[in-house]
Design a protein around this ligand. Sequence first.
Ligand code: NAP
Length: 316
Amino acid sequence: MSEKVLVTREIPEAGLRPLEGFDVTVLSERPPERGELLEAVRGASGILATLTEQVDAELMNAAGEDLKVVANLAVGYDNVDLEAARERGVVVTNTPDVLDETTADTAFMLLLAAARRLGEGERIVRSGKWEAWGPKMLTGPDVWGKTLGVVGFGRIAQAMARRASGFGMEVLYTARSRKEDAENELGARYVELDELLRTSDFVSLHTPLTEETTHLIGAGELEKMKPGAVLVNTSRGPVIDEGALADALADGRIFAAGLDVYEEEPTVHPKLLELENVVLAPHIGSASIETRDKMAVLAAENISAVLRGEEPKTPV
Ligand code: NAP
């Protein structure tokens, strides 16, 4: 009998092809209820999961002893309990590389939209309240020629830095370790987080979510940012203290923010929803047609490889 693979959400069709020959169950487009998930996972050898599912010891136990691989349809894997997987000999994979450029596009889109007040402008046009072109209407800071500080300097941050250099920006970065090759290639300069916050006109977050990066940007860090600076987050919501960000935006201590991710998705801090100077995207960082196809194929190929006894392409 062929091995069972559970796909926890509907994925692009392309991702089902590498799973031909397995006994595949695809749950619905919406995130499954926990009870439904625990039931559906029984007897699975492979789980293709997304970041809306907590893949923890309970879920792995519910799958049972046949479980060999969890393929997360994301590069971040903060929703997967790696220790529980290790104890059970379950391989965990993610989808790095294929989404770098698309996610950097989203970060740069949010940066431009927040600086140049696109959300506010759209709301004015749609509400019928736009009366005339105005010399002082909806002005925001220039992006070109300014300083971008990226927090984390991995794959997506470096793709962001490449975009910034096309806009004539100076790029500063911080990370746990120096990346000298990337510094030379991209003309970026390493600084401590403090200096990055104090000197950047734009700050973009690109770290994974870990214990260390939870609330990496809180009230104190927002206080250090340049007055009039713009903050962009396409990493994970809890990297920012959302309440503190809402206060800093409401007080006008920073000019604006562009957010793709939130502390309690899909709930957004109520104060943020009321502010004009924040652009809110619904976690669409990697949501291009081509990239979602590539992510689905990569996740499915990882499952297929492990179940055939081969090395997966992108183990965590
Ligand atoms: P990556 O290549 O692993 O890069 C992560 C970077 O973060 C590394 O430079 C790392 O530095 C740095 N870092 C880790 N801990 C840090 C800390 N405590 N302080 C400062 N820097 C720290 O990851 P990636 O592929 O670029 O992805 C980054 C994150 O983006 C993912 O983990 C995911 O959560 C998020 N993401 C979101 C979307 C979306 O849809 N919005 C899409 C894709 C990815 P060291 O090398 O020095 O440790």
